[in-house]
Design a protein around this ligand. Structure first.
Ligand code: SF4
Length: 309
């Protein structure tokens, strides 16, 4: 895009935000220029907390659908706009509420823990949610004698099971972007950059995490990058995070594990979509009131770190 055109778009978005009393929230994986125009950029947990506190009447959510739904569940009185409704999460689509209800019949005493990367109707069926940054703490809330169903991400579940020593019944879902990352890719990068520290997302296969120095959510990666003395970091997660890592740490080098680590749906929202959404205040996220009530309970338990079931 030509620079003048982009500058005009950005100026229009800033003006419209004020006119419509709107805030733009964006995930760490969305396009860099969308991150730059957002008021707040974060990982799923940070965005959930932020969505609960906003004063503005309108939330424009730049991320995938389950994130916009979570914002609506936590702030149902606000207008929540998701600029491109087709921007979904393939992993969230791997689990649905009827299938979970059937699954629970085989494990009736189990506590169900659901990664926030899931639909609102699935959240409405579970006991507590977690994100990649708090999953171990959430599992720690569950009494030792209770079995655990963890869904939908089998990699995150397996990695948390290893870290906590808890046995978990895992759903067969996965993130296609992280699943694409193979141990051999990381081995090649480590040979190329032998002094680099490796940070990897817990949605990666356990065999990839075995080769990493740290397992971190995207929010954790950003904190780590600010505080580490290391000057070179190999990053095993979706490429969008590199934009913010590099912007916040210009003196450090961030090396993606692979140029293939791209989540296409996270790249679907562009500046033009943000502008159009602000002009029209569409497409709105709409959820049934019952789903909002039922899905809110496990998200709030997660945020407040309590398991009162
Ligand atoms: S990166 Fe993976 S988990 Fe995140 S939105 Fe894309 S498919 Fe879903």
């Amino acid at each position: 895009m030509a620079v003048d055109y982009v500058d005009t778009l950005i100026a229009d978005i800033r003006r419209l935000k004020k006119e419509k009393n709107a805030i733009i929230l964006a995930h760490n994986y969305v396009l860099g220029d969308v991150q730059d125009v957002a008021d707040f950029v974060g990982d799923s947990l940070e965005l959930s907390k932020k969505a609960r506190q906003v004063d503005e009447e309108v939330i424009v959510f730049c991320g995938v659908s389950f994130m916009a739904e979570t914002a609506k569940i936590l702030s149902p009185e606000k207008k929540v706009i998701h600029p491109v409704t087709a921007a979904g999460c393939p992993m969230a689509d791997m689990a649905d509420a009827p299938a979970l209800r059937r699954f629970k019949q085989d494990h009736p005493d189990a506590v169900t823990v659901c990664y926030v990367n899931s639909s609102a109707s699935l959240k409405a069926e579970v006991d507590i949610c977690c994100t990649s940054s708090n999953a171990e703490e959430i599992i720690g809330l569950i009494p030792e004698d209770r079995r655990i169903i963890f869904l939908p991400d089998k990699n995150l579940g397996a990695n948390v099971a290893r870290a906590t020593g808890r046995q978990m019944i895992l759903w067969e879902g996965f993130c296609p972007t992280h699943m694409r990352l193979r141990p051999a890719m990381l081995e090649r990068k480590k040979e190329e950059f032998p002094h680099a520290v490796v940070i990897a997302h817990p949605e990666c296969r356990p065999e990839v995490l075995d080769l990493a120095d740290y397992s971190l959510s995207t929010g954790g990666m950003l904190s780590f990058a600010r505080s580490t003395e290391a000057k070179q970091l190999i990053v095993a997660t979706e490429l969008g995070i590199i934009h913010r890592l590099q912007k916040e740490n210009p003196d450090k080098q961030f090396i993606p594990i692979s140029e293939q680590a791209v989540c296409m749906t996270m790249k679907m929202i562009e500046l033009e979509d943000v502008k159009r959404s602000l002009e029209t205040l569409t497409p709105k996220v709409e959820l049934e009131p019952d789903i909002i009530t039922q899905a809110k309970a496990p998200i709030v338990r997660m945020i407040e770190q309590r398991l009162d079931i």
